[in-house]
Design a protein around this ligand. Sequence first.
Ligand SMILES: Cc1ncc(COP(=O)(O)O)c(C=O)c1O
Length: 381
Amino acid sequence: MRVSHLNWVEISEKNLLRNISVIRNLIGREIKLMVVVKSNAYGHGMIEVATIALKGSVDWLGVNSIEEGIALRDNKIDAPTLILGYVPLTDLEDAVHQNLRLTVYNMETVRALDAIGDRVKKNIPIHVKIETGTNRQGIQGKKLSNLLDFINSSPSLKLEGISTHFANIEDTTDHSFAQFQLNEFKRMEGEFFKNETNLLRHTACTAAVLLFPETYFEMVRAGIGIYGLWPSKQTKVSCSMEGKKIPELKPVLTWKTKIAQLKDVPDDSYISYGCTYRTTRDSKIAVLPVGYYDGYPRAFSNVSYVLVKGRRAPVRGRVCMNIILADVTDIQDVKLEDEVVLLGKQGEEEITADYLAGLGGTINYEIVTSINPSLKRVVTK
Ligand SMILES: Cc1ncc(COP(=O)(O)O)c(C=O)c1O
């Protein structure tokens, strides 16, 4: 299928590399930086982002699935890559062949890897994920001990890293639970890994990078900050409460479309499905070829706006599957195929992912990752 140009995403190479430098300056030279490019690089375009990121001071990439890892390899991106999510037992051998590192927390996975290593005569590096309180992926005390006994007795498996993930570091200014998880991580490290050398320990997401150097260990895993977005308002508030300088992160993504039709709609006319909007004057309406299929949420019906000629144009009526309608009555000289910004800057105006997240009752992560991967990603220098 041809890539649609009805609406598209632009990625600023400059801002991406700048955000990487900001994070690098925070962690210093010694600590490894993993850029998390899972979920199509948070909607930004995985191949485009990984290619640019590796021009900066980046050591590792983080993906969620084997499919994402293989897509990197198919595009000749050979940087060390950790799969953060679950890999089905039937796919483990492909991951080993592609030199994709695995996060493990099940005995079944390490047994299968041991057998693969034996068969293909390869040493397989693994990262064990430790449960410290998120109760998502991760392995707990007793089971961890059995898992490690197995790994240590296997000639094919090599423990390369240990990790955990914080449950409550973004959405709060009370960091006591994060501190509890960090203490748990250290306690379990002392109990189970004290004889290990050269381990890559990694716990920190963006919020931890911004707030707590004690979470850095040998490597950090940064996602949202690399894309120029803050994990939350609370993270920013926490930064200032800690007396830290607020680093300047610059959004990387601009989502655009162009006007597909302009029409004069008389006063007292309904607009779009469900007749939820009725004009209160003679209006000029721009038909825009973007909808909830593309990732523009239906929840934005009648509440969001877009930018046309650097000015705000309110979205009128329901967001449709492939179309939205914007009121451009007050904007002069609007023409067919004029560029429209759905998310990002135009002139002096800006629509931020945080603003849209507020409208949709969600977080900026969901706004950007929801943009349909089939849309073209265009890199701007
Ligand atoms: C395991 C893991 N590490 C790191 C990250 C990156 O988090 P952030 O985008 O907040 O930096 C994520 C994101 O969801 C994750 O799931």
